[in-house]
Write a protein that binds this ligand. Structure first.
Ligand SMILES: C[S@@+](CC[C@H](N)C(=O)[O-])C[C@H]1O[C@@H](n2cnc3c(N)ncnc32)[C@H](O)[C@@H]1O
Length: 213
């Protein structure tokens, strides 16, 4: 079984958005969309790990413009095939940890936090902060573990990272890191790096908004 996260998302590109079709999550997807639309009006946004552009398409309705990036070209190809009414989205293939760009008003990362090793979260936040202007806004959202809806955790490693076994339509299976932080974990990781921290925890999803310190 492969534990290559990047290969997993490349292989999952065409079936990725099935996850957003789960009936029990529709109400919260709508709530999350509303929350995101309220934080990005007229913002110049860098999106990391944009995937198939599910959230890009929604945020683009409010933002001034978005540069949407992902390490995988196959997911960007799906994202590029969508319609962006304001014509305000451009795409670029980029590994977030090896990307040089200008400073933006705001950064958005959807469902990437959970895939970052706990021991690399400090570097991840420093990297995210480097992409925004002083005092710039950083927004992440991701999953809460919800019994009966989430894929069970298969094991936890020596650092406390949790993993799920995921099977694609091809039958290929992957061991995928998937962490489920609580409010204290955010406070700890963002200490000295973020201020005006707002954390919203729903049943299936969480959202954190902070400003670069
Ligand atoms: C769970 S998906 C989220 C996609 C999208 N943001 C969403 O919420 O629908 C995680 C994405 O992170 C991307 N990714 C993983 N490692 C990355 C890295 N180092 N730099 C940029 N993107 C990365 C994967 O290719 C994948 O598209």
């Amino acid at each position: 079984m492969s534990n290559d996260l990047v290969a997993y998302y490349a292989a999952r590109a065409k079936e990725y958005e099935k996850i957003y079709g789960k009936p029990e999550r529709q109400g919260e997807i709508s709530d999350l969309t509303t929350l995101l639309l309220n934080v990005f009006p007229e913002k110049d946004v860098l999106e990391i790990a944009c995937g198939t552009g599910y959230w890009t398409q929604r945020i683009a309705k409010a933002a001034k413009n978005i540069l949407a990036t992902d390490i995988n070209q196959p997911v960007i190809d799906v994202a590029k095939s969508k319609t962006y009414e304001k014509g305000n989205v451009t795409f670029q293939q980029a590994d977030l940890f090896n990307f040089k760009t200008r400073e933006y008003d705001a950064l958005f990362g959807g469902f990437i936090w959970s895939h970052i090793k706990l021991e690399e979260l400090g570097k991840f936040i420093d990297t995210a902060n480097s992409f925004v202007k002083p005092g710039g806004m950083v927004v992440f959202c991701d999953n809460n573990f919800t019994e009966g809806s989430s894929t069970p955790v298969s094991h936890t490693d020596e650092h406390g990272n949790s993993y799920q076994q995921r099977k694609l339509e091809s039958g290929d299976t992957f061991s995928v890191i998937k962490n489920f932080p609580d409010e204290n974990a955010f406070k700890k990781v963002l200490e000295g790096k973020g201020e005006r921290i707002k954390f919203i925890s729903l049943k299936y999803y969480w959202l954190v908004i902070y400003h670069k310190k």
